[in-house]
Design a protein around this ligand. Structure first.
Ligand code: SF4
Length: 253
């Protein structure tokens, strides 16, 4: 596990992330707080791109709780069938539309407690809605933020809540509002799950990850190369210079 990042380093990290994307925004398409709640609820275990495809037509005919409730579970299902777990999600979206009409006058509430009462809305969804729709400095920890928080040492934690609370403590106040988007974008496009692209990472010197990937064409582990030489003697001559060349490309730490 990397050493916990200091406040000063965290400050530098967000300075750089903010320079790269001064006004980051969610990649989910929405028209108003209600459609944002729906889009985020649909995005669990699905890609933003997949959700956007499905909601493009849906939000043209239903962008209020009343219109969504009138659509009903079956018809809504027809629009979102391409999204994973769509049956359960359709059920929740119709139920939350009814609750918004019956208990909140058709208006999306702004507090965590109220948002979390809506069917299918958990802490993460509530945080996204509070941040994106209502400008509150919340941080919704998804898979990308969880990974970046742990790898870098910014906010190590065993579960999303631990990471979220760690981030609330260490992220400098001036960066709190957009921290959620900067970390998601960084995790999605640079600090990728399988192969982090450390060689082009703007915070490489601040990050505490011990297994940085410093070259786009990372050489194969020496063990495998050695095994290949043993079983295929003919390739022995070719594999040696390849290995040496690859080693040269790795910059000194
Ligand atoms: S240096 Fe690598 S591990 Fe660290 S944040 Fe950048 S991409 Fe992620």
């Amino acid at each position: 596990m990397p050493r916990k990042m200091t406040r000063a380093t965290a400050h530098k990290m967000f300075e750089r992330l903010s320079e790269a994307a001064p006004a980051p925004q969610t990649e989910l398409h929405y028209k108003n707080p209600f459609t944002l709640v729906v889009a985020v609820a649909l995005s669990a275990q699905a890609t933003d791109e997949g959700v956007n495809k499905a909601t493009k037509t849906l939000f043209e005919i239903a962008d209020t709780p009343e219109q969504m409730a009138a659509l009903g579970e079956k018809k809504l299902g027809d629009y979102i069938k391409t999204i994973g777990l769509w049956r359960n999600k359709a059920k929740n979206v119709i139920a939350l539309s009814h609750m918004l009409i019956d208990e909140f006058g058709g208006v999306v509430p702004q507090t965590r407690e109220e948002l979390e009462r809506l069917p299918g809305v958990g802490r993460k969804t509530a945080n996204v809605v509070m941040n994106v729709a209502f400008g509150q400095p919340t941080i919704a920890v998804d898979t990308h933020i969880f990974r970046v928080g742990n790898r870098t040492g910014l906010a190590p934690g065993k579960n999303p809540l631990e990471v979220e609370l760690g981030l609330e403590k260490i992220v400098p106040e001036e960066f709190l509002l957009h921290a959620h988007h900067w970390l998601i974008l960084h995790g999605r496009y640079v600090c990728k799950a399988r192969k982090p692209e450390c060689w082009r990472c703007t915070i490489v010197d601040l990050c505490g990850f011990k297994e940085k990937v410093l070259s786009a064409d990372k050489p194969k582990p020496a063990k495998k190369a050695a095994r290949k030489v043993k079983t295929a003697p003919k390739k022995q001559v070719a594999s040696k210079p390849k290995l040496r060349a690859a080693k040269k490309r790795v910059p000194a730490k």
